[in-house]
Design a protein around this ligand. Structure first.
Ligand code: FAD
Length: 481
């Protein structure tokens, strides 16, 4: 093949989109034919295999991306194996001139990029990385001393002082594809979908993985929901948030697209500026967590604050199981854990409550909770999950102070006052009056009986008493210093 016709390989990882993908735009502008590929890699060192719920999403997202490429006359080459081996094999097979990809920030993904660059250079292949996952690159956001920020507020202020992120790169309307065969696998051969049992039945009515679903959700959010974002985002019964997290995790929509769509809405409706600023700040937390992971890769498994290295976590498999199943006897905790199991997401306020309950009331290691979330969340995201858990447990950067032990009953009464959220996910308590819904153990026997609740029979008694658990947590944390 003449050199000008040697193809470029576009390696898709956590950016399953065509719109605003600088790596793809650069490859397309080279005028070389493209080999667009996705490698299901659960073998390379350090990579975490996606959890069950993520696998469901990934399958559908790959279907959507493949369809988009097929509409342009090409295909998504899907293979399974070690990323670097597979890429070099495709390069040899197609006589490729080079490989492009989007820059990643997770340590194992960074290691892959380094290994690929080294191996590709040995084979005379050009290898280029492009931004695309973030609004601001980690090197651009540093303190006056040139060090990474460890506290969110100054981090985000520094981001907002930077030049605005560039406008999204349009999706290509035509692409030139490599015409030869690349031995693509069927998506079903990756076995991403659950079967026997298919616990994700009905999820296709809840979620639409892929760029079209992401765009639709963003549009609806900005048109209909954002006006109550700042005040409503903490109330799990209100549905006041964007529900974009899985779309963002899989890169079906870029943070720049979200940013500019939101800013456009703020220009058209200036009264929405405070809401939109708050929404952008949450995107800022996503940035912050990725920057932290980039600078401090050990936080995947180690506490950010070394003080917590010797924390006396307790092993209690039965309590962990009760938490996972939503059987703790604390209605808001149980509602959250059941929402997670049934839908693949949990509201952010409730994530904080259940994480606090596990790590502080039960003194169970945050890594056990993180692992459960990893398996059950459709938006499971290494940086955000680790960041969220360490923040709640008190061991993270800019963490919630250790003495802040959420009282699940008060949190429930405050953020789910009428009890809509608890009633929806814990139907056995639905007939209890709001006064007792948040703490059924305090309800008089006749109230429980009238509501059909038999504590210890059809709804558990509290797994641990709040005041006792709070004091135990405070004592354990105090012993650290
Ligand atoms: P919105 O409120 O609409 O926010 C818009 C976007 O901003 C989100 O889609 C998300 O990308 C980002 N965002 C919002 N809140 C946060 C936050 N606190 N931290 C980081 N980014 C945020 N988020 C994940 O995407 N994946 C995870 O695995 C994950 N695990 C978490 C674990 C714990 C213990 C906690 C406390 C939080 C976790 N979060 C995680 C953050 C947050 O709960 C979700 O991003 C949010 O609930 C998603 O809902 P949304 O898209 O409607 O958010």
């Amino acid at each position: 093949m003449s050199d000008g016709q040697a193809p470029l390989i576009v390696w898709f990882r956590d950016e399953l989109r065509l719109l605003d993908l600088p790596a793809l735009a650069a490859a397309a502008s080279s005028d070389r034919p493209l080999v667009c590929c996705y490698i299901h890699d659960i073998e390379s060192a350090g990579l975490r295999a996606p959890g069950g719920a993520s696998r469901w999403w990934l399958h559908h997202s790959l279907v959507a991306l493949r369809e988009q490429l097929q509409e342009l006359g090409g295909d998504l080459i899907v293979q399974q194996g070690k990323s670097v081996d597979v890429l070099l094999k495709i390069a040899a097979q197609t006589d490729a001139a080079g490989i492009v990809c989007t820059r990643a920030y997770e340590p194992a993904q960074i290691a892959l990029e380094v290994e690929l660059a080294r191996c590709a250079a040995e084979q005379g292949l050009e290898c280029r990385r492009f931004p695309g996952q973030l609004l601001f690159e980690p090197e651009a956001v540093v303190t006056g001393q040139g060090t990474p920020f460890r506290v969110f507020t100054p981090f985000w202020k520094a981001c907002r002082r930077l030049v605005e992120p560039a406008f999204p790169v349009p999706a290509p309307t035509a692409l030139k594809f490599y015409p030869g065969d690349c031995n693509t696998q069927s998506l079903s051969s990756l076995q991403l979908l659950p079967h026997a049992p298919d616990w994700a039945q009905g999820w296709e009515r809840l979620w639409q993985p892929g760029t079209a679903g992401a765009q639709q959700r963003l549009g609806e959010f900005l048109r209909e929901t954002v006006e109550n974002y700042a005040a409503g985002r903490d109330f799990p019964g209100l549905g006041a948030t964007s529900r974009l997290s899985a779309h963002l995790h899989f890169g079906e929509i870029s943070p720049r697209s979200v940013w500019h769509a939101a800013q456009q809405q703020a220009r058209e409706r200036p009264e929405l500026v405070p809401e939109i600023d708050k929404f952008l700040a949450e995107l800022g937390w996503r940035e912050f967590n990725r920057h932290l992971l980039f600078h401090y890769p050990q936080i995947i498994s180690q506490p950010f604050s070394p003080r917590f290295a010797g924390f006396p976590w307790q092993s209690d498999p039965q309590a962990l199981l009760a938490w996972q199943r939503g059987q703790t006897g604390y209605p808001i905790v149980d509602a959250g854990m059941r929402e997670l199991w049934q839908t693949g997401v949990m509201h952010n306020r409730v994530r904080m409550i259940v994480a606090s309950f596990l790590s502080k009331h039960l003194l169970i290691d945050w890594r056990d909770g993180e692992a459960w979330f990893w398996d059950t969340l459709v938006d499971a995201d290494l940086a955000n999950n680790v960041g969220g858990w360490q923040w709640v447990a008190g061991s993270g950067a800019d963490a919630s102070p250790y003495f802040r032990v959420f009282n699940p009953t008060l949190q429930s009464a405050k953020f789910d006052k009428a009890g809509d959220y608890v009633r929806r996910w814990v139907p056995e308590l639905a007939e209890l009056p709001a006064k007792y819904l948040h703490e059924p153990a305090e309800a008089p026997p006749e109230v429980l009986e009238a509501a059909g609740v038999e504590l210890g029979t059809n709804y558990p008694k509290p797994l641990v008493e709040h005041r006792f658990a709070r004091q135990r947590a405070l004592d354990a944390y105090a012993a650290l210093s």
